[in-house]
Design a binder for this molecule. Structure first.
Ligand SMILES: [Zn+2]
Length: 118
């Protein structure tokens, strides 16, 4: 059985790392905009900058999603429901939590959700 307190520590460390990454990305984005005099610089460079911007936005979205997942399970931890499936309420497999402490669905619910999403 996985130690929840150990998983919590990992989650909090991961959260801090994600926040730092987000922060770093946003400040380098500001620097880029400052140098270019706006989100889009000289003509000709536009295409590559748009691509760059899209890549950043995509990464930012993924970082924020990962943060939201962690925040969600931290709330569950406070509520005393950490390790329980959001959907069916059964305990999430310890091996799954061990591999993915931010999991909020058990394996079978996750599989069903993935199937339904298609
Ligand atoms: Zn479930």
């Amino acid at each position: 059985m996985a130690e929840f307190s150990e998983l919590l520590k990992r989650l909090k460390a991961e959260r801090k790392r994600l926040l730092q990454e987000l922060e770093q990305m946003q400040s380098s984005q500001r620097e880029l905009e400052r140098r270019a005099g706006g989100p889009f610089g000289e003509r000709g460079e536009e295409a590559s900058q748009v691509l760059e911007l899209e890549k950043r936005l995509d990464m930012e979205k993924r970082l924020k999603k990962a943060l939201a997942e962690i925040d969600h399970v931290l709330e569950k931890y406070d509520a005393g429901t950490y390790g329980l499936c959001d959907s069916c309420g059964n305990p999430i497999e310890p091996a799954r939590l061990e591999a993915l402490p931010q999991a909020s669905l058990c394996l079978s619910c996750k599989a069903r959700q993935t199937r339904d999403a298609r």
